[in-house]
Design a protein around this ligand. Sequence first.
Ligand code: AMP
Ligand code: MG
Length: 488
Amino acid sequence: MSSLIQELSLADPYAVLGDKFSVPQAPTPLPAPYLMATSPSSLAICGISPKQATSAEFVEIFTGNQLPLQCKPRATVYSGHQFGAWAGQLGDGRAISLGELAGHEVQLKGAGLTPFSRMGDGRAVLRSSIREFLCSEAMLGLGVPTTRVLCITGSDSVVLREQAETAAVVTRLAPSFIRFGSFEHWFYNNDIESLFQLADFVIHRYYPEFINSKQPYTALLKEVTRRTAHLIAQWQTTGFMHGVMNTDNMSILGLTLDYGPFGFMEAFNPQHICNHSDYYGRYSYAMQPKIGQWNCYALGQAMLPLIGSVEETKSALSHFDSEYESKLTSLWQTKIGLTCYMAGDNELIKSMLEMMEINQLDFTIFFRRLCDIRLNDTSKDNYLRDLCVDRDSLDQWLSQYRQRLLKEPVESSKDDVRQPAMRRCNPKFILRNYLAQNAIEAAQRHDFSEIEKLRQILSHPFDEQPENEAYANLPPDWGKAISVSCSS
Ligand code: AMP
Ligand code: MG
């Protein structure tokens, strides 16, 4: 019988950087672990069969209780700005990297203490692990760049947070978990040699197109800035709020990284703060683009010694705004079925967002119902009007919208062309807090079926799935009031 312990061949790409960057660190076992969920697409990436994924050995490995023979586990150091202030050294305080498999770093989050645990216990709780698992799969389904998940395992071992909870380990995959804060770490420690080493490592492995650039570090900063701007444009048009956009949670690859108190916009309010530990709303929905830019500047600051010129660094950062604005406009346009840019489109989008705010429209349901609007027939408008307290504001906007649709090329304005195209970019299903909460409460009773059910639904969120209609509904009242904090 084939054994994963022998078979899984994990490379150790960070070995070349030496122990300064990451230290050898074995996971701490958890008693009597059980499997809660797996991601079939991630299993396929890792070359693990569905049958192997149900074995006791799989659970032992991905809880950190037994290691593959090849594996050299490590915890990595980084620093960062948290809520706008320099926080100094952070690092993998509870994440342990097993190495690289099929171009993906395999990381166990919640696998025990490391030299970077500071005041923490090295653990992750069931609740936050399920949320990270489901949101990673949801973002993948939505086409938003993200780190991925392989599986979650749990144990009845008690972990103390605001109350007593149980432990879980979520296995994450990404080509790299290197953060903006990884660069800041060496800059603020005035270790410029290590800063160069890290930058060269990142360029060689993840941005080889810049190896022969005249200014590889400038090219790297410019590309990370572009990716970050595009990522945030995708967040805004999906209604996704990260919740803790500290520089240590910003991926050097432009992926959504470190799911904590995230949320998806429901009743539209640009000032919405999804993280109840964010007292001043630094990371509100409306602030995300500015903070994304702020974070790129923090990275630029740390890369100054590499680039060697303030002017060149500023110029690499300066295209954040234009990259963000152009991506944002094109995403909004596609969402409302416009195939080309025309003067007045930005005003149309702006008035749409104002109208959504006045009516506190559910972000996902509004756009999905907008897909049903017909160009020359107002009979379907009531589906949208029924969502509004101020129907006049909707009617006015719809009239502007129809006028704009009439200017579309004949073919793309046709209902039977525009509507399906819009449904392909306006999801019917998102991970609402209350849906995650239901899956968490079932899992606390050792019923993991709801995690799997949600995972399946969210893996193809643009499809109608009439059998799952209930999962597309407005949240129940109790579900609107769920608050999520940094404690995880
Ligand atoms: P986060 O807010 O999850 O991005 O974490 C910020 C920093 O705190 C990172 O260095 C984490 O590794 C660390 N951290 C968070 N929770 C724990 C924990 N329970 N034990 C140890 N370190 C933690
Ligand atoms: Mg983090």
